[in-house]
Write a new protein. Structure first.
Lengths: 351, 351
């Protein structure tokens, strides 16, 4: 196995923490001595051991003189729950550190590497850097832009319709696609919808998967008018303390004031959400809110479920978001497509 | 090789006639004697030898006592350019005939088989029947329904838009997709568009492929008002004798009267086109005409080119075609999808 093989292994390990590390990134670590893996570790959950420390605890022999592979730069800051990893690697007499990405967090960003080098540890970084970024796309985006990463979900017929003129809209896609949406929900910190979706569909906005024991995401409701149905699920169920309302007007019903955030515009809401450590949000609609996010250039990933049918008239997935020339059309990149029983999922990065 | 293998070979041979046999189907034939192929043949073009006769002419030894494999029932009618094939097979002392499909043409439909059996020839049919139908889907549809098979082409962004609100619409898809459209044109007898498309885009509606020497399809223009731009390409180029106008009102410019067909509705036009032996038409738009065809349930295949981008507002691929309940939505079947460089093609049968 070479450097790349060991780093790929850190990706696999890192992924085991999926959905539990927010707002931390997914990180895996492999410790290699004399060509043999002597320990593996990963960041299990927020507040728990970092991957390097987890691996060190799992060592089958002394890590002195070993090489550690880790997908993200070891931390050097102390403003958190765990001691800085760079310091720990020095203490354990690690000989070499191989990294995919420097930590984009301004309080690390190369300083971890500097600390290691100053202690005489050999450091290689930038290997499989793109794959490393892909693994933690939300984390990298959020750290660099001080805004949460927005993943927009759309579901429509092949002619881009979500509902008939009559308003009939449920069950455009089949059970496999709907189940996959719950999987996606579980991989985000929060689900974002507009007030209209609450009024029309009264969704539960939770993760409903067989034997799911993971974290339930926050529900983040956007409203301009402040008019919301007081009896909606999201304001009354057992997760209602995880419901946040971003509103441009006073709310017309009784809800804990700490969960209501008065904002002037989406941009202000994005800053507030980042300050609350939201780095990865799943925007499920409706069309009007999705269009607003598109207009502000706030969408980083789109996943579109197509049911292979045609509706003709009715509700569009997106409205006019102010595009003035085809040359500037938002274009999906790094596209993946797959069939979920009878429905086609297309997912890609937007910017 | 078994029966199915030999029949699959007839499909491959049949396909060599693609685009040249209209209104006849694609047919291939293989003659097998003592387990060895002694001849192959196919229907090259309309008016030429049928596949069986072509194969008989290619025999490397006497076909007496041999088995012939042919994807479609040998003909028995004499109202055409070539003598009936069933009679010919009897004369050549063929021992056995293996067929995928009976000919749906009411003037054959099992009578060819009866003629062969009456002459003591063993006949097997119904093998790989679905694949045989797929190969000649337009022919089967047209013969059964006395209407041409309509293949609708759509091209849009992922949110189902073909143009910006400004009307800017050219080049939604890339060069590979546009080249593929020319390939598709070459596989149909006629290209159908509405008057609006002629007015707005003034398309040439011909096949433009490198070193293409095949048949150029007819151009079939639908108009309600009869108002058409007299200087449009399709009325003035070297193929203008192949331009037909189906109109609900008198045409307001000078064009050969035999190319102008006054109709009351689409259904009347479909009957007239079938009477003129059009069995396979490629409907390229615009949105309004496509919507009319959808409303009347006249579309049998849809090929949709998606550019993986979003436009937001603007022109929809389809308008309201009168769908009243999601349960009745037209659903694509037998779907194939493929990437053409950066664009996604989804193609399937509609009904």
């Amino acid at each position: 196995m070479n450097n790349e093989d060991f780093l790929r292994k850190t990706f696999t390990l890192a992924t085991l923490g999926k959905g539990h590390t927010w707002p931390n990134p997914l990180v895996g670590a492999v410790i290699v001595k004399n060509g043999r893996i002597i320990a593996e570790g990963f960041h299990h959950k927020y507040g728990g051991d970092h991957a390097e420390v987890d691996a060190l605890k799992n060592c089958t022999e002394s890590p002195g003189g070993a090489t550690i592979y880790v997908n993200l730069e070891p931390c050097c800051h102390t403003n958190k729950h765990t001691p800085p990893c760079a310091q720990r690697l020095i203490l354990e007499k690690i000989k070499k550190v191989v990294i995919c990405n420097l930590d984009p967090n301004p309080s690390v960003n190369g300083q971890g590497v500097e600390l290691l080098k100053a202690a005489g540890i050999e450091v290689e970084h930038g290997i499989l850097a793109q794959l490393g970024e892909n693994l933690n796309e939300a984390f990298f985006h959020a750290q660099r832009n001080k805004k949460p990463f927005i993943h927009l979900k759309l579901a429509s017929s092949l002619d881009g319709k979500t509902a008939l003129p009559s308003g009939e809209s449920q069950w455009i896609t089949g059970p496999a696609a709907r189940n996959y949406v719950h999987q996606m929900r579980s991989e985000h910190q929060g689900i974002v919808v507009g007030a209209e979706t609450i009024r029309k569909d009264n969704p539960k906005l939770n993760v409903r998967l067989n034997q799911y024991s993971g974290i339930q995401p926050y529900r983040i409701i956007f409203t301009k008018s402040g008019k919301l149905p007081a009896d909606a699920h999201v304001f009354n169920d057992e997760l209602n303390h995880q419901t946040l309302i971003y509103t441009q007007n006073k709310i017309d019903f009784n809800f804990p004031s700490e969960n209501i955030i008065l904002i002037k515009n989406l941009s202000e809401a994005m800053s507030d959400l980042f300050d609350r450590k939201f780095i990865s949000l799943f925007l499920e609609g409706g069309s009007r809110l999705a269009t607003e996010f598109m207009r502000e250039g706030l969408v980083q990933r789109v996943s579109l479920f197509f049911n292979p049918s045609f509706l003709g008239g009715g509700q569009n997935t997106l409205g006019d978001f102010g595009l003035e020339a085809l040359a500037n059309k938002p274009q999906l990149k790094q596209i993946e497509s797959r069939w979920l029983e009878g429905d086609l999922l297309i997912s890609g990065r937007l910017n």
